[in-house]
Design a protein around this ligand. Structure first.
Ligand SMILES: [Fe+2]
Length: 321
């Protein structure tokens, strides 16, 4: 976690051993000093892209307490608690709720939440403003500890994120999380960052084979797209990242190894930002979180050279988009 420690030292803080980078110069009212806001904002983007977890002890956007309490009070029958409630801000589509009296209120809560996080990201991470794609927002009502899920869906195994239904073609997955549990920490394990991870395991996970597939796969995809229903147009990068997600979860030795891993406890009402395609993470315990995902295209990154696609392309010696 050198990047985080260096950044903390830069800010002259006394939390150099924390596995996150605490943000002390931005809060719900915006930047504390407007003069260097643009430089600070760019630096935070660079820190995030290099693998830092940016941490806010209190909410940096508006999330009214009654809204949180309404979500926490939902009964299993209303929220079909076997899964998350998800909300697609662009289309207003809400999933995971049965069609009852609470649905409209939950829709309003998620719409307000997504709009507030969007405004926050545009102000705090100004280099991305107007250039990011809004992905799903979610409310996660289940206790993460001891969930009975198939191996590839388990959240408590270390992995990097990749979405089967939403290929990014190299765009990065930025997530904003808030622990809305009033009393209990949300506990994560994180591992060594993407460039080190890919250098260690990319070869064993078949990176070269995925990078070489390009010609064949794009031809097949073009043909299928002409004749069939729409399906995700994955680049070799997307194919490898999906495979790597599963491969890491399947590797018992990697999961059990202690080196390079840190446990983090996010306290109630803390918010944290992280590129989950570059920071291997596992949710070990905790209940009730809200989360908004953004896709940041490579062109909008301030340090594209450390993005997973560029790291993989360098290792494979081939373009993968
Ligand atoms: Fe994840």
């Amino acid at each position: 976690m050198e990047v985080n420690r260096a950044a903390n030292d830069r800010a002259g803080l006394l939390i150099a051993t924390m596995p996150w980078l605490a943000v002390n110069d931005y809060d719900r009212d915006g930047w504390k000093t407007a003069a260097d806001a643009s430089a600070r904002s760019r630096q935070y983007c660079a820190d995030l892209e290099a693998g830092a977890i940016l941490f806010f002890p209190t909410l940096p956007f508006d999330l009214p307490r009654p809204n949180v309490e309404f979500l926490l009070a939902l009964k299993p029958a209303e929220s079909r608690l076997h899964k998350n409630i998800s909300y697609r801000p662009e289309s207003g589509l809400l999933r995971g709720m049965s069609d009852d009296a609470s649905k409209q209120r939950v829709e309003e809560i998620m719409r307000h939440y997504a709009a507030e996080v969007r405004k926050f990201v545009a102000a705090f991470l100004a280099p991305y403003a107007g250039r990011v794609q809004m992905d799903y927002a979610s409310f996660r009502p289940l206790e993460e500890e001891s969930r009975n899920l198939p191996l590839h869906k388990r959240n408590d195994l270390l992995h990097v994120d990749a979405f089967p239904s939403r290929p990014t073609r190299g765009g990065r997955i930025l997530r904003v999380f808030t622990n809305v549990n009033p009393a209990k920490d949300r506990v994560w394990m994180v591992g060594e960052r993407f460039s080190a991870l890919a250098a260690r395991f990319g070869g064993a996970a078949g990176l070269q084979e995925y990078a070489n597939r390009k010609g064949l796969w794009s031809g097949v995809k073009r043909a299928l797209a002409r004749i069939g229903p729409p399906f995700p147009q994955r680049a070799p990068y997307d194919e490898f990242m999906l495979h790597f997600h599963d491969w890491l979860k399947e590797d018992a030795q990697f999961q059990q190894a202690k080196d390079g891993k840190e446990q983090i406890a996010f306290p109630p009402m803390a918010t944290w930002l992280v590129f989950t395609d570059g920071v291997p993470h596992a949710a070990l315990s905790g209940q009730y979180a809200m989360e908004q995902t953004f896709i940041v295209p490579v062109e909008a990154l301030v340090a594209p050279e450390v993005s997973p696609i560029r790291v993989l392309e360098k290792l494979a010696g081939k373009a993968m988009s």
